[in-house]
Design a protein around this ligand. Structure first.
Ligand code: FAD
Length: 450
């Protein structure tokens, strides 16, 4: 029997491991482990947690719908694998790889356990659109691409030449096994987490990643280039929460995209940013530790609370933070503006904002979130130059001239005329011009001290 553990691959089609299980021709036991560490501090009540659990629940329904079994267990992966291997003749353990420090540590420990038990562990790459190892070999580069545009050109040619289409095996092809009732009891999901699992609909919408994609391709793809930053229009795909939980694979998205007659280059470029950060996370040894490489201690945290509670007095910042706190969503441009405002104008280390987004974003992803925060704070590959600081007022005037986004999220300002709605309130916590000048000075010093 093969033991398969679902993680950031919450779907039933296009899974490399499913192909391998089918090829092995053996029965499989499918489990999803909710790890206490990842749900600590009531994470299951925050948008990032509820989104993940809603996808888990939807996956379990998809299994049941096809007459297959997925067992959701709560506990330490190591302990669970040991226990399962005592109860079942497990001949192989299969997992899709994950590259965050926590995941690498966890998988090393799983590898040690499986070696001890004499069970081979196979990790399959799944998250990137291009196969990184093959891409590196094909591109003939020894040094990583540190700038996005050359990376993008090679990545684009790679896809044209060597794109690996979605895997053909589906859940329907596999024979899944039942789980011993005692094991299910021993690793039972706590009641408070189960309550969230029992609410499979996220914000009243049934999770259907394929339908979200079709909706976007049919309605908004052609205008994407001009409308993507007009955030009040809500015209981007919102596919991120499905991509990051693996409810849809990047391969499936690309494969469907290329069936369009054209007009998809700009959107594809955004998907390339996703791969660029996933690439950087594996190629840049400092990716997960820039805060240690640079001494960010000199920046303060005085204003962090006002920022997170949407009380800065800068309308577009407060509107964006309100949307985030209430719904778990914030459009990309506003993520850049709020992140730069926190790290530059308010002089707060990026890790505070990163941690806050980690809880609040429903599409939270460890690598993409860190990538976005590094970019905004001028750290890492191809980051925003430290002297180019977005001004929240002019950004708001440019991308939402009538202020309709601010009016939606800050109803108390709804009656202000277009001309005034973007401007700092009299109680704004910071002066934009002088804080910008100070930030440039401090960042210059931090970045040059490396
Ligand atoms: P679309 O505009 O429809 O783009 C399609 C896909 O391309 C996205 O789903 C995403 O996978 C990818 N993409 C788009 N923009 C970017 C980008 N700037 N960087 C990397 N990939 C991109 N994205 C996350 O998925 N999870 C996060 O936790 C996250 N945190 C961020 C934090 C900050 C500070 C910043 C500046 C950006 C962050 N992003 C994150 C990137 C980006 O904001 C989101 O991917 C995007 O807003 C998702 O909306 P969408 O699916 O409608 O995107």
């Amino acid at each position: 029997m093969i033991l398969f553990i679902h993680r950031k691959d919450l779907r039933t089609t296009d899974l490399p491991a499913f192909d391998a299980i089918r090829a092995a021709g053996s029965r499989s036991l499918h489990v999803l482990i909710l790890e206490p560490f990842l749900l600590r501090k009531q994470r299951y009540l925050e948008h990032s947690g509820t989104n993940f659990l809603a996808h888990v629940s939807s996956l379990q329904q998809a299994y049941a719908f096809q007459g297959k079994q997925l067992h959701i267990l709560y506990g330490e992966p190591d302990t669970i694998v040991r226990r399962l291997s005592e109860a079942y003749p497990v001949q192989e353990l299969m997992i899709h790889a994950d590259y965050t420090p926590y995941a690498i540590h966890r998988d090393q420990s799983l590898r040690n356990t499986s070696e001890e038990l004499g069970i081979p562990l196979t990790l399959y790459h799944d998250s990137m659109l291009c196969d990184l190892d093959d891409f590196m070999e094909w591109s003939g580069r020894r040094e990583p691409f540190k700038v996005f545009t050359p990376f993008y050109r090679r990545w684009r040619s790679y896809l044209t030449e060597r794109f690996r289409p979605p895997y053909s095996s589906a859940l329907a092809d596999l024979e899944t096994s039942a789980l011993d009732e005692r094991i299910a009891q021993d690793f039972m999901v706590p009641e408070e987490v189960k309550l969230q699992l029992d609410q499979p609909d996220l914000a009243g919408q049934k999770i259907d990643a394929g339908r979200s994609l079709e909706h976007f391709l049919n309605l908004n793809l052609q205008d994407y280039q001009i409308s993507r930053d007009r955030y009040a229009l809500e015209s981007t795909s919102r596919i991120s929460r499905h991509l990051n939980t693996g409810a849809i694979s990047a391969r499936t998205v690309y494969s469907r995209l290329t069936q369009e007659e054209g007009g998809f280059e700009e959107w594809l470029r955004q998907l390339a940013w996703r791969d660029f950060y996933l690439y950087q996370a594996r190629m840049d040894a400092d990716f997960f530790s820039y805060e240690k490489v640079y001494d960010l201690g000199r920046l303060g945290t005085k204003y962090f609370e006002a920022w997170s509670m949407a009380r800065t007095g800068i309308p577009v910042i407060d509107a964006a933070m309100t949307q985030l706190n209430e719904t778990g969503w914030m459009p990309n441009r506003l993520r850049m503006i709020t992140a730069m405002f926190l790290t530059k104008n308010l002089g707060c280390p990026f890790i505070y904002g990163e941690r806050y987004f980690r809880l609040k974003l429903s599409d939270y992803d460890n690598v993409l979130n860190r990538g976005g925060w590094l970019w905004s704070s001028s750290l890492g590959f191809d980051a925003s130059p430290y002297f180019r600081i977005m001004n929240p007022v002019t950004q708001s005037q440019t991308h939402d001239p009538s202020g309709s986004y601010i009016r939606t999220w800050l109803p108390e300002l709804a009656d202000l005329p277009d001309k005034l709605i973007h401007l700092p309130r009299p109680d704004a916590i910071v002066h934009l011009k002088s804080s910008r000048a100070l930030a440039i000075e401090i960042y210059k010093e931090i970045l040059n001290s490396k």
